[in-house]
Design a protein around this ligand. Structure first.
Ligand SMILES: C[S@@+](CC[C@H](N)C(=O)[O-])C[C@H]1O[C@@H](n2cnc3c(N)ncnc32)[C@H](O)[C@@H]1O
Length: 386
């Protein structure tokens, strides 16, 4: 029961006098327009205690793969705005379609993965991906599984190409259903109107984990999009990798975290010789302890000690390829100099931090108001994050 084409936002708002879209569910009017802008009639299930209802909403033409959302009727009504974000393949995507930067290939011991088709410069945006399935976490815990699996299956079957989702990696030992397994193996946490959800990004899902990754993800929760950016130069034929866990951890900490993802890591760092792993762990522990000492010294009113520790951290970061930690450490240097009243050095390090954030794509460009924001936060003792 597919609906007619999506009603354009301009028409929709004149129809409803600009009011918010009303919640709809499986009992909404019989005609297709009653469930617009969704292309399919929602299917719903109640929680075990029957106090809440969750439905699957699909627009099979949104983005590159279509979009299915399993959520409450209220969250779905609030999420209609995502359908108004026009899907115009970016210049990047359009030119890359003819000449993509990556190819999906079999990677020994890891299933499929992404491999660079040419040399990629540091901080290049490699791909842009759209969430294709988004699920409210409360649905997964509160709706009885048998009923829930029915909605999960509908969420996939209504997409333009269900197979592209069903054939994604499945490595979760606890999942009892195929779609559940795909989600548990591949989905990321996200927030929809402040409510915790998980989101599946089909292309990013093909990127394997490495403990010294050469790329990182930038989530744009307000658009349900994610882009992947190179953290350093990537050579032609090299696998593109991201880290599924926080950077900088030791071998044992990493194995514990990754086991929860359902696999034993076979990245180059985890399969290095015992001696190399021990040396890497020692460097990582050293960086962490310097960080603790820097924070303690700063709090104890010993800024010169804090400076010394932070300088050492900055020197050690490249030894473990921890490039994404630079911005934070430059920020710490700027904060210490600020407290010392040395505005020349505070500005120098604030500039290094902002330039790094701009390179990483966290901010568009370095602008005067960014400095004002940094000084304001330092004055108020707020956590440093732009
Ligand atoms: C998000 S998927 C990545 C794409 C997946 N290889 C595929 O074929 O669709 C995550 C799964 O890939 C495999 N994987 C990813 N990184 C790995 C690594 N460093 N070592 C071993 N297996 C890995 C595991 O099976 C993991 O559950």
């Amino acid at each position: 029961d597919e609906c007619p084409a999506l009603i354009p936002a301009a028409v929709k708002s004149s129809l409803s006098n600009g009011a918010c879209p009303l919640p709809i569910d499986n009992a909404s009017g019989p005609w297709p327009a009653a469930v617009s802008p969704w292309t399919h009639r929602p299917e719903c299930e109640y929680t075990a205690d029957r106090t809440a209802k969750y439905c699957v909403y699909t627009n099979s033409r949104h983005g590159s793969h279509g979009w299915s959302l399993i959520s409450s009727p209220e969250t779905a009504a609030d999420s209609v705005r995502f359908l108004d974000i026009p899907f115009i393949p970016s210049r990047l995507n359009a030119s890359r379609e003819a000449d993509p930067l990556y190819r999906i290939l079999d990677i020994p011991g890891k299933g499929k993965g992404l491999v660079a088709t040419r040399r990629i410069r540091p901080y290049e945006e490699l791909l842009l991906d759209y969430a294709t399935i988004v699920v409210d976490i409360a649905f997964t815990t509160n709706v009885p599984s048998i009923l829930g699996y029915r909605l999960l299956r509908a969420a996939v079957d209504r997409l333009a190409d269900p197979v592209s989702v069903l054939e994604l990696g499945k490595s979760n030992d606890f999942a009892q259903d195929d779609v559940e397994n795909v989600l548990r193996t591949n989905a990321f946490h996200t927030s929809l109107g402040g409510i915790p959800h998980i989101a599946l990004y089909p292309t990013v899902s093909r990127i394997n984990h490495a403990c010294k990754p050469n790329a990182y993800t930038r989530f744009m929760e307000d658009k349900l999009q994610v882009s992947v950016v190179s953290a350093r130069a990537i050579e032609e034929g090299e696998e593109i990798t991201i880290s599924y866990i926080a950077l900088g951890q030791t071998w044992e900490e990493r194995q514990n975290k990754l086991r929860q993802w359902g696999f034993n890591c076979t990245c180059s760092l985890c399969t290095a010789s015992k001696a190399e792993i021990a040396a890497s762990d020692a460097r990582r522990r050293h960086i962490e302890s310097l960080w603790t000492q820097a924070a303690q010294a700063f709090q104890a009113g010993k800024p010169y000690h804090a400076l010394r520790f932070t300088r050492q951290i900055i020197k050690l970061l490249p030894s473990e390829d921890l490039f994404p930690m630079y911005a934070e450490q430059y920020g710490n240097m700027a904060r210490i100099y600020f407290v010392l009243g040395d505005m020349e050095n505070a500005t120098k390090y604030a500039t290094m931090m902002l330039e790094t954030l701009a390179l990483q794509g966290d901010i568009d460009s370095v602008r005067p108001e960014h400095y004002e924001e940094v000084w304001r936060r330092f004055k108020n003792g707020e956590e440093l994050k732009i």
